[in-house]
Design a protein around this ligand. Structure first.
Ligand SMILES: *Cc1c(COP(=O)(O)O)cnc(C)c1O
Length: 397
């Protein structure tokens, strides 16, 4: 008997599985392992959002099947958020769709837009579910290398014409995971004009749109001229409000794509629990001091980690958004060998850049979504055990 389709059989083992095995083994040996691998906020969901969820639990009508596209309060709250944050007008009925987290929406978007054999342009390195969704949909992945010298932006004009003219879908993600790169609106103007020229749908993953520091404000792709003709943007409550386990996000933008995705989804899932939607609406509409507060925590951790890495001779830059540090592997190591060596010497898990695609070679990712005292302990161990080359510090500053 065959238990797996070809589609499932070709999926490589979960990238964190190998580390999990090593982590468990080291823990059994008594090592206090610090996991800077997975990006999942350690900070709690702000209390007022939790209270709203509890309040909404009092109404039995909230226990029924939710509406497919999301309750009106949630869709209106997303539209209001876009107006307030980006000065973008959205029709909550046709241009906003509720998702069970943006990962769900992105994964279902791919077979919504492409047929088997069609080309999807995706960033490399990039969030692994993009590649998996393309593979599951039978699509052809065209990797756009994100290089440091280009601010980790894909060089759209360098994509061969025969690829661009056949491509159906373009995936982008800023502020980016894993690179932590941020862009200005001009980049989205260029991307939208490229997509319109070649009749490509753009999906912009904006999971970190509100996790930004200092004066920097992440733009929305929908601010670009004519964006609604070509683009949809995926947002999430997960990172902004430390709500990863709640599973709620949204897609906004092009009506045709939103409609098509809602057809796919209405035949696959039945939305999200209504009290969660209402609490999420409340999060988007309520006092945003909690966002500033969590961003201040991430920014401080970012500064501390980058300073520590530099002090031991590792090239790293503090980003304007996300809770990731994307740093260069020291000379003489591959990404995988370096991550292994860090784990062995310090008991700290970092993710090799290659877990996000071949162009991640030469880098590793540190997630700052762990309690500050654990991060300090990790820094302490790295400073003690990992002095790469003291002379390089001067050069890298
Ligand atoms: C965390 C993350 C998401 C997933 O968000 P959910 O809304 O929790 O599904 C999407 N994209 C990127 C790049 C992420 O890092």
């Amino acid at each position: 008997m065959r238990y797996r389709s070809q589609r499932i059989a070709q999926i490589p083992p979960y990238m964190f599985a190998e580390f999990k095995k090593k982590k468990e083994k080291m823990q059994q040996e008594g090592v206090d392992v610090i996991d800077l691998g997975i990006g999942d906020p350690d900070l709690p969901t702000p209390r007022h959002i939790v209270e709203k969820l509890i309040d909404e639990m009092a109404y039995p009508e909230n226990f029924k099947y939710p509406s497919f596209n999301g309750c009106s309060e949630f869709r209106q709250a997303v539209a209001d958020f876009y107006k307030r944050q980006f000065d973008v007008d959205l029709d909550p009925d046709t241009e906003v769709l509720m998702l069970i987290g943006s990962k769900e929406g992105l994964a279902h978007l791919v077979p919504t837009v492409i047929d088997p054999g069609e080309i999807v342009l995706a960033p490399d390195p990039g969030y692994p579910p993009y590649r998996m969704a393309i593979s599951l949909a039978g699509g052809r992945l065209y990797k756009m290398p994100l290089l440091e010298e280009n601010n980790f932006e894909p060089q759209l004009q360098e994509i061969p014409l025969e690829i661009a003219s056949q491509a159906k879908l373009l995936l982008l993600n800023y502020p980016g995971n894993p690179t932590s790169a941020t862009v200005e609106k001009a980049f989205f103007d260029e991307a939208v004009s490229f997509a319109k020229q070649h009749e490509i749908v753009i999906a912009h993953d904006a999971a970190y749109n509100m996790v930004t520091f200092g004066e920097y404000k992440a733009p929305s792709i929908l601010q670009a001229e004519g964006a609604k003709e070509a683009a949809v943007e995926f947002g999430s409550l997960s990172k902004t409000y430390s709500m990863t386990g709640w599973r709620i996000g949204y897609a906004v933008g092009n009506k045709e794509v939103i409609k098509a995705l809602s057809i796919y989804k209405s035949n696959t899932d039945t939305g999200q629990f209504t009290p969660i939607q209402k609490a999420a609406a409340y999060a988007l509409m309520g006092n945003q001091d909690c966002v500033q507060a969590s961003n201040a925590v991430y920014e401080e951790r970012m500064q501390a980690m980058v300073a520590a890495l530099r002090s031991i001779g590792i090239k790293a830059k503090a980003a304007r958004g996300t809770f990731f540090v994307w740093a260069s592997v020291p000379e003489g190591y591959t990404s995988a060998a370096f991550a292994d060596s860090v784990l062995e010497k310090t008991g700290v898990i970092v993710t090799p850049g290659t877990a996000f695609g071949e162009s991640g070679e030469g880098y590793f990712r540190i997630s700052l979504s762990v309690p500050t005292d654990r991060l300090k302990e990790a820094i302490h161990r790295m400073k003690k055990e990992l002095v790469i080359n003291k002379n390089r510090e001067e050069k890298s500053i």
